[in-house]
Each structure stands twice: as C-alpha cells, then as structure tokens.
Design a protein around this ligand. Structure first.
Ligand SMILES: [Fe+2]
Length: 507
C-alpha cells in the first residue's frame, strides 16, 4: 500500500502537476527516462515469475507507485494481469513483482509504468506444469563480465538466441579494476558501501546489450566472489579485513545484488545472510539445482597472503584433504542431498560457479591445485559426486564458469583412480568479457588431465544447452573479439550427453 505521506513526498519532490486525489494520474513526471537500467525477469515457475526494474532519477527520500502489467501480446491489447508496487528509497527504488495465476508453459510480455513513463517491454515465460512431460528445454549459461575488459557483444548475440531461460553463474559485476586492454572504465574505485555497490550495478546495467539479454528471457542466478570481493570465503576477505568488518561489506554487496536482480522476495537478505540456493523445475524434464559455494565455505587452505587463493602441492599442503572442510557449508550440503537425491526429473542441471573437475596445474608427475575452486575442497567434491552415484541421480550435468575458459569433463568421485565411475558431465563456460589463460597453457592442461575432454582459453562467449529427445546438446559460442562493440559469433565446439550415459561426447 502507498501511504499518503510517502505519496505526497514523492509527488511533490517529482513536481506532480495535477493532484486530484491519492491516485491521481499522472502521478509524477521525470526529467529523464526513469527506466534507464532496463527491465528483467527471473525464476520462471508454472504459474508466474519475478519481474524487476529500478527507477533512476527519483529524489533520494521519495517513494513512487509503479504499475506493472502482463500481456499475451507485445502491444498489451490482451492484458492478463496488473498490479502496483511502491518503489522506495530503502531499496534504491527497485521494483519487484511476483505475479501468480498465469498459465504454465507460455510466453508473456511485461512492462512497468511510473509517473507517465513506460518501461521497455520485456518478454518472459512460465515453466511447464509440475510433472508435465515438456518436449524441450533450451537455455544458455554465462559468467564473468568485467566491464572494462570488453563490450557486451556476447549479450547482443545471446538476446537473439532461441532460449527458455538464461543461467548466470557468477561475476555479474567486478568490484575491482584489473586486466589488459580496457575498452572502457569503471566510474569509481572499489565499492565497500551500499551506495558504492548500487552505483557499480547501475553502471553495468546501463549497458544496452546486457539490457537486451535480460529483456529477452527470464534469468536464474548464482554469484561468485566478485559480486563482493575477489576470493572471499564466508566471512574472510582477500586482504585480511577483520571478519566483523567484512560482514558489513558483504551485507552491502548482497543487498545491492538483491536490489538489482529479478530474485524472488523469499531471497531478501537479512544483514550479511542471503540464501540464494534453490531448485527450479522444468516439468518432468529437468531440475535446476542452484548452489552457492561462497557464503558458507571454509577459508582457502595454505594461503600465501592473509586470505584468498593460491596454487599448492597437495603433498605439502596436507590440510587440503581434511574431510571436515566444506565448500557449501553443512546446512546446504544436507539440503543438496535432498534436492538432488529426491529429484524426479529426467535431467539434473547443477548450477554453480566454478570448474568442478580436478585440474592438476603442474605438468609431469608432480601435482598442483588451485585452492579457490573445487580442487581446494576435494573431500567435499568427493561427497557430492559419491552422492550423485549412490542415489542414482539421473543425468547430472554440472554447469559453471569463473575460470574465464571453456572446459568439458567427465566427473568422477576419484579422479586419480582410472576405475572410478563417470557419474556426471561437466560443461564449464568461458567469460562474457573477462580475460582468460593462454591457449597453449590450456592445451597442456588438457593433456595432463585425462578426464578433461576439451579446453579453450582464448575466446569469450557463452554456452547454449538444449535438452530434447533424450539427450543434452551443448554448443560453445565464441565472439571473434570483445574489444569491438559488434563482434561476430561462431560455434567453437559441440558436445552432447546421451541420456543414461554420463560423460560428454563430441557431437
Ligand atoms: Fe571471473
């Protein structure tokens, strides 16, 4: 409900000209388009989804009523639902609507209206009904979009794909400026406060290609470290900030993330805590199980600095094998056992942030593992992959990002044992823009790690996945350059997983 006081504050601040009552029209006038950050939708369910926008240009303390509308057609001549929510300063004038009662398995259009201004029209959809035998699911996954290192041409191409949804698997913003050959710059230094994180999201979301990609499909999300701080682990910062102080920063970063993404209100943060792990079903065809490997993890082992990651020899850094070390936290691990173990779906897509397959980074008989990824938590990885095997979780496909390179791998409970069964398939996607490792190094690592079937470090893009006819196809899509605004798209590699046969094969 709009309080009279909030309305009047908003109305007078915005220079309303024709006040004839509490809900007079037009409600307010904006000097500039208030919808400059675009619109977004997320988390499609059989009867609804989340709709999002954020108003810019509202005076700091004002509240603004915002109308939302859903229609079957783009011109809004067959409107099926509408509602009103109040955009408040407390939540940076972000707007979140969660319509219910829509029809399953169909596309809709939505828009927002405030103060006589209308937002761009977004396109979104509902999921198939629970248990329904959906024929097909097409989705893309993407990650790591450092704003300075490239243009978002990959999003322009992504927006033109034929998809049901997009899974974004982390590093939506970057807190720090780094890397070579910048094409544009962050407009401020590293964020610490809520205002600073809000400004960083506003900068990234001002990109028209990123807006197109949100406008075209519903998204689902997990996050990685750069939404807060490089290599953070639970309450530990990279640079040794006191945990209680770092949690204040984490609370600001999580809140800004919530304010800027189409997440359900059930994920609203409480201080530094924000539960984003969840499941999303696509009829009987697929379940997305979305996990969070940042918020609850044990600190990285054998750090070279106060915090953060390094590369270690597991024979020297013995703590790495400690079975009590967790990357998901005890509570999430228990939840995951049910989410996966009791999944009725034909296909199980595990949505997470980083490469899961073991990747020995030292050529020859000696071994070296990067402590920030699953390689830093081998016992936790073994528990997860053993669970998938023991509970016979059907057709498990792990998707991820973080490493700014593309990887295809067999997942096994014990990567060092040639007799250990392949229990799941992994597709790790490259970055949208963030710079990656050299192709020469990636090729050497592919030869060094026999369960790895493909690796590519030099190209940016995303992965298209399609589940239909008892198989999953994954196409690695690459841009020819991210240093130009309008790159060309090409298919870099094609892999497939046949139902009932874990392990990706060249298609
Ligand atoms: Fe990244």
């Amino acid at each position: 409900m709009i309080t009279r006081r909030a309305f009047l504050a908003g109305a007078s601040a915005l220079g309303v000209s024709h006040l004839t009552g509490l809900r007079a029209q037009p409600l307010a006038r904006f000097a500039d388009d208030p919808f400059r950050l675009g619109v977004a939708s997320g988390y499609p369910r059989p009867d609804g989804m989340v709709l999002w926008t954020r108003l810019l240009g509202v005076p700091p303390s004002a509240s603004v009523p915002v109308r939302w509308e859903i229609s079957r057609d783009e011109r809004f001549s067959s409107r099926v639902q509408k509602g009103e929510v109040e955009a408040t300063a407390q939540w940076a004038h972000s707007v979140r609507a969660e319509p219910t009662g829509l029809e399953p398995d169909r596309w809709y259009f939505y828009r927002f209206i405030a103060g006589g201004a209308a937002s761009p029209v977004g396109r979104t959809r509902t999921a198939p009904a629970a248990g329904a035998g959906a024929l097909r699911l097409r989705f893309a996954f993407a990650s790591c979009q450092q704003y300075e290192q490239g243009y978002y041409g990959a999003h322009r191409h992504l927006a033109a794909e034929d998809l049901d949804l997009v899974a974004f698997v982390g590093d939506y913003i970057y807190e720090s400026s780094w890397g070579r050959d910048h094409v544009r710059k962050h407009d401020a230094g590293e964020p610490y406060s809520l205002e600073e994180y809000r400004a960083r999201y506003a900068l990234y979301k001002s990109d028209p290609d990123l807006q197109r990609s949100h406008q075209a499909f519903p998204w689902i999300f997990t996050w990685d470290d750069h939404e807060v701080d490089n290599d953070y682990a639970n309450d530990r910062s990279e640079d040794g900030m006191a945990p209680e102080q770092f949690l204040v920063r984490r609370a600001a970063a999580y809140r800004a993330f919530y304010e800027h993404q189409p997440l359900p209100a059930s994920m609203q943060p409480r201080g530094p805590d924000m539960r984003i792990y969840s499941t999303l079903d696509w009829g009987a065809l697929a379940r997305f199980t979305i996990i969070d490997d940042r918020q609850y993890r044990a600190p990285q082992v054998c750090p070279a600095r106060p915090g953060g990651s390094t590369i270690v020899d597991p024979d020297v850094c013995r703590e790495i094998a400690d079975p009590s070390r967790t990357i998901l936290g005890i509570e999430q691990e228990a939840w995951l056992e049910t989410a996966l173990g009791a999944s009725p779906a034909a296909w199980n897509v595990l949505v997470q942030q980083t490469l899961m397959a073991q990747l020995d980074r030292k050529l020859g008989p000696e071994r070296a593992f990067w402590t920030d990824g699953w390689d830093g938590y081998p016992a936790a990885r073994n528990r997860l992959l053993s669970l998938i095997h023991a509970r016979r979780v059907r057709n498990t496909v792990v998707i991820g990002g973080d490493v700014h390179s593309s990887w295809v791998a067999d997942l096994k409970p014990d990567f060092d044992d040639p007799g250990s069964p392949v229990v799941a398939s992994e597709f790790c996607g490259t970055s949208i823009t963030s710079q990656g490792p050299s192709q020469r190094m990636v090729e050497a690592l592919v030869r060094e790690n026999p369960h790895v079937k493909f690796g590519r470090g030099d190209r940016r893009g995303y992965v298209l996945a399609s589940i239909a006819g008892g198989r999953l196809d994954a196409d690695f899509i690459a841009m020819d350059s991210v240093k130009i605004p309008d790159p060309k798209r090409e298919v870099l590699a094609r892999f497939a997983v046949e139902g009932g046969k874990p392990g990706p094969q060249r298609a």
